[in-house]
Design a binder for this molecule. Structure first.
Ligand code: CU
Length: 487
């Protein structure tokens, strides 16, 4: 690494913003002649491979957290700023990868270096270069599992998934995030924490999510909010206004993260997965609904003038067992749930309109044990799981999302150890008659070294009706909003 003279290090400390500006012309020139991002198996046969490994080694050995040339700097950016389970998960990380890639080029001295991606939909076992514990292997960190097969799903690529961003109905972003999350969980170690960029596989994982997003957006019938280049308030969606912030002096205009090409990025393949890779021999998916367990129930109640719980259970521990819970709703709560599902169903007809309300599954005050925080496991959450899944499509149609160490770390880091999952889309698609009972199931999914005993505790799990979408960009001014407030 050539740029780390002592004086430059001092300079970076004192004026980060200035150095970015100075680097820009050089980086723009580099962009023009770079090739596509390659899948790892192809990448490692090119001359980019030694440059990449050396750059990772240099960055990992740089212990100056204030320096952009250190791995810790990028982990801190993620800790401080990353959005998970909230708007801009995809777009923010796209810009993050862009800036990290620029840094790799600086450190390696190779202006054409592109981040590789790991296509786990082709092979679900971590590339061997990352799992070799030989001293001095910069790609190795201790992890809890090497295979992520049980995190994968084709649900993000279903034809019903038409919209791009969180907050819209039938949206891609929350569904792909819930493939992304259990990959963090299973790999474990730092990957199940907000410090996950300290594991080099993080960047290959996110490049893969970014590629899958781009490939999805190219399919016919998919809607990504439009933007002119450069952004213009007259013909661009407000979604792309403003900046993604990474650190003081490190940001990116949001519109540039709409299309990889606007950042000079392309991918070796733009194909979406059509099948899952072979499952590891020893691990059969659980297809049967888990046995019922009962917990103290909490009746429906008003939470605010736009939020109402319709049913819940209290003090729920999560251990090695897979569990089903029967949530009972009082008659008035069941009627209210039925009404909100009908409202959402009407809106579902027209994708352009935001949902008038959301039905959420909320896990409140989650606590995770110290050993469990290292990951190596997760829970797949299902609504009205049949006694036996007939097909993977049926499984996808009842999957709510996943719960694990990474999701809890992300939630705790945003201030509230609370996780919310959208139930609206699942309920809208059901032909449900009885709203008096909902069945929630969680299926424990283990990696290679799962923790034992009670790993997670939720103060309360409840089904919540929320009359105003959380997404600030979908702020509602509908008049009929007023007469459906909770008093
Ligand atoms: Cu991630």
């Amino acid at each position: 690494m050539k740029t780390h003279s002592g004086s430059r290090r001092m300079f970076l400390k004192s004026g980060v913003g200035v150095t970015v500006a100075q680097c820009l012309p050089e980086l723009a020139a580099a962009q023009a002649s770079s090739g596509p991002r390659l899948e790892w198996k192809q990448f490692k046969t090119t001359n980019q491979y030694p440059a990449f490994v050396n750059a990772i080694a240099t960055m990992r050995s740089n212990t100056n957290q204030a320096n952009r040339g250190s791995f810790a700097y990028w982990a801190n950016v993620h800790v401080n700023r990353c959005p998970h389970g909230v708007p801009y998960f995809i777009a923010w990380h796209r810009g993050y990868l862009y800036h990290f890639e620029q840094q790799l080029r600086t450190v390696s001295g190779n202006p054409y270096l592109m981040l590789p991606y790991w296509d786990y939909y082709s092979y679900a076992t971590l590339p061997a270069e990352f799992t070799d514990p030989a001293p001095g292997n910069p790609l190795y960190v201790p992890r809890q599992s090497v295979n992520v097969h049980s995190a994968l799903s084709l649900a993000p690529f279903a034809s019903s998934v038409r919209n791009f961003q969180r907050g819209k109905n039938n949206a891609f972003e929350p569904i792909i995030e819930d493939v992304h999350n259990p990959i963090h969980d299973l790999i474990g170690g730092v990957m199940s924490t907000m410090q996950s960029p300290l594991d080099p596989i993080f960047f290959l994982h996110h490049a893969s999510i970014d590629r899958l997003t781009h490939a999805w957006s190219l399919l016919s019938g998919k809607t990504v909010p439009p933007s002119a280049n450069p952004y213009s308030s007259t013909n661009s969606d407000v979604y792309w206004a403003g900046n993604h912030d990474y650190a003081t002096g490190l940001s990116i205009e949001r519109y540039k993260t709409r299309v990889p090409g606007w950042l000079g990025t392309s991918y070796a393949s733009n194909a979406v997965p059509t099948a899952l890779p072979p499952a590891p021999a020893a691990r059969a998916a659980i297809l049967q609904r888990p046995p019922f367990r009962s917990f103290r129930s909490i009746a429906g109640r008003r939470l605010s003038n736009t939020r109402r719980s319709v049913s819940g259970v209290a003090q729920v521990p999560f251990d090695e067992q897979s569990v089903s819970v029967l949530l009972r709703l009082a008659k008035s709560d069941a009627a209210e749930l039925a009404r909100v599902v009908a409202l959402c169903r009407d809106t579902d007809e027209s994708d352009a309109r935001p949902m008038p309300a959301m039905i959420k599954l909320v896990f409140d005050n989650l606590v995770i044990g110290k050993a469990a925080a290292k990951g190596g496991f997760f829970y797949a959450l299902y609504l009205d799981m049949p006694a036996l899944f007939a097909s993977p499509a049926e499984r996808d149609a009842t999957l709510i999302g996943t719960l694990g160490a990474f999701q809890i770390a992300a939630a705790a880091h945003h201030g509230i150890p609370r996780l919310e999952f959208d139930l609206s889309n699942l309920l809208v698609r059901q032909q449900r008659v009885n709203f008096g009972e909902l069945v929630l199931s969680w299926v424990r999914v283990d990696g290679d070294r799962p923790p034992a005993g009670n790993v997670i505790q939720a103060d309360e799990i409840r089904v919540e009706l929320s009359l105003v979408p959380d997404d600030a960009h979908l702020a509602m001014d509908d008049d009929d909003d007023r007469d459906i407030q909770y008093h």
